[in-house]
Design a protein around this ligand. Sequence first.
Ligand SMILES: CN(C)C[C@H]1CC[C@H](N2C(=O)NCc3cnc4ccc(-c5cc(Cl)c(O)c(Cl)c5)cc4c32)CC1
Length: 341
Amino acid sequence: PLSDAAELLKYYEVYDTIGTGGFAKVKLGRHILTGEKVAIKIMEKKNLGEDLPRVKTEIETMKNMSHQHVCRLYHVIETHSRIYLVLEYCPGGELFDYIIAKAHLSEEETRVFFRQIVSAVAYVHNKGYAHRDLKPENLLIDDDHNLKLIDFGLCAKPKGGLGDELMTCCGSPAYAAPELIQGKAYFGAEADVWSMGVLLYTLLCGSLPFDDDNHMALFRKITRGKYWNPPWLSSDSILLLKQMMQVDPKRRLKVGQLLDHPWMMKGYSSPVEWHTRQPLGHIDDDCIIEMAVHMKRSKQSTMHLVSEWKYDQTTATYLLLLAKKQSGRPVRLLRYIPPQE
Ligand SMILES: CN(C)C[C@H]1CC[C@H](N2C(=O)NCc3cnc4ccc(-c5cc(Cl)c(O)c(Cl)c5)cc4c32)CC1
């Protein structure tokens, strides 16, 4: 109903649907004040049913994430019948489609992308979360041809940190670790490493290491852990894949060992940089000043308003101004507000 869209249309122009994700529709939008493009994930509450907790998980998780390779949440709008998530726009679409278009990637191109994936996952783990649904469909390409991790609906934050075991069997079977599909208690971080191994295989080979239309046959292949190595793989790639797709989670590589693994270092002089370049809560002076001028408020009161991080229009305006600055565009808000018809 119009009343739901009214709140969204106060702050965004909304264009056509650019994708669908399970129980959500994603539309392209533009933030009126900054002119920045955004992706708007639209969910009908009545269609969510038992998926509502998953949405709440995704929202709370993403509010705690601010990283160069994690898709940024800007604004949460909840109306009578809908939940809107305003997210960082990634014009390059899914990594999945990119791989299909190229059949498979070279080792060099794979390394550039895989270093970004490991950076994102190491950051997420350091925050105490396991993603649990790592796959090429959940990695998007932004306008700088960099990867952004999405879909935190299945991620878990064990009460006692990642040292605690998880029980829920979830994620996409083809990427799921043997211990997870066998219904055993598992460590989220170890299961994520297995999924990253499957991901690395799809990048280098253009196909899945374990695949079968029959679920039971697929499970058998995963628990057996044997897969075909195409002839174009280097021996280094074959070794790394073997170390990540170890059926026994205790023999599997740790994320910490991935950061400076010889395969990851080929052509690079430093380990994967996983720390964020935009710490949560960081307040940028230029953005605060532009907002203060625009809102006719003092710099001090503007800084306090932004520091509440309510993921409302203020948070969205600040973060999108910051994104503009980081892309080298002018830190300016729209001077003229068109008359509301
Ligand atoms: C697992 N797949 C099927 C899901 C699809 C959903 C549509 C996506 N998409 C496009 O189709 N075209 C362009 C496009 C551009 N920018 C996007 C920014 C964020 C998201 C996004 C972020 C989060 Cl955190 C999230 O949970 C979801 Cl569902 C989507 C999607 C974008 C997007 C691609 C992945």
